[in-house]
Ligand binder design. Structure first.
Ligand SMILES: C[S@@+](CC[C@H](N)C(=O)[O-])C[C@H]1O[C@@H](n2cnc3c(N)ncnc32)[C@H](O)[C@@H]1O
Length: 215
């Protein structure tokens, strides 16, 4: 049964206070490895504006705040946003803004250089993933780094890594959507059979292939 956005938001708000501690022992190292790769590939400079979609309690947004010019974290769950703001206040960053926003309507009108998202897109059914990635392309950022549940092989229904609200897509399907909307996929990181990180750059930002360089 599909959940509405409000139901998702409420579900995350209920667990927001414990969210940073709740990943069980099997999931935690995979989640941490995925988050580290998202941060590494985002690689913002001091003038870059980063938009973190499905920011949750701000793990990725706050990790990027030291290097980026400005970081905008957006989420549908008030409880998660509250946790993110409280962590931000503890760390004293002045360049981070957390607030309500949805994949297809991030509630942010400024220029964005890099979009990131970690473990959030899988909550959308496949056709909505397509709409979400289209909306991300329309933002006009030069890079989109997506860390998420994604299937590198055929998913084994007997051994799901995650059993809670995960609607994972295949890597092939995500790469096709990213390419369709005008990105070039420049890196694919496999963290686990069911988890990976895709780096997508605007095609006009990627140098054309020069066969001479291979010689
Ligand atoms: C599993 S948490 C991941 C949070 C964070 N990115 C991290 O890596 O810890 C997923 C987050 O996505 C948010 N979310 C789910 N659907 C969303 C949507 N359509 N738009 C924006 N955020 C969404 C949830 O509220 C939740 O905070």
């Amino acid at each position: 049964m599909e959940m509405s956005l409000e139901e998702f938001a409420d579900r995350f708000s209920e667990i927001a206070g414990q969210y940073d501690d709740i990943h069980d022992s099997d999931e935690k190292p995979i989640y941490n490895a995925c988050a580290s790769l998202v941060v590494e590939h985002a690689n913002p400079g001091p003038d870059d504006v980063v938009l973190d979609l499905g920011t949750g309690t701000g793990l990725i947004a706050l990790a990027l705040a030291e290097d980026a010019g400005h970081v905008v974290g957006r989420d549908i769950s008030d409880g998660m946003i509250e946790q993110a703001r409280s962590k931000d206040a503890d760390r004293g960053f002045e360049n981070v803004d957390f607030g309500y926003g949805e994949f297809r309507d991030p509630h942010y009108d400024g220029e964005v250089d890099i979009v990131v998202s970690n473990f959030a897109l899988h909550h959308l059914p496949d056709e909505e993933k397509h709409e979400a990635i289209e909306a991300i392309a329309d933002i006009g950022a030069r890079r989109f780094v997506l860390g998420d549940a994604m299937f590198f092989g055929s998913p084994d229904p007997e051994e799901p890594l995650f059993d809670h609200g995960v609607d994972g897509a295949t890597v092939g399907m995500l790469v096709d959507i990213l390419t369709d909307v005008g990105f070039v996929v420049t890196a694919v990181e496999r963290v686990h059979d069911q988890v990976g990180v895709l780096v997508a750059e605007r095609s006009d930002e990627v140098p054309a292939y020069d066969p001479q360089e291979d010689q």
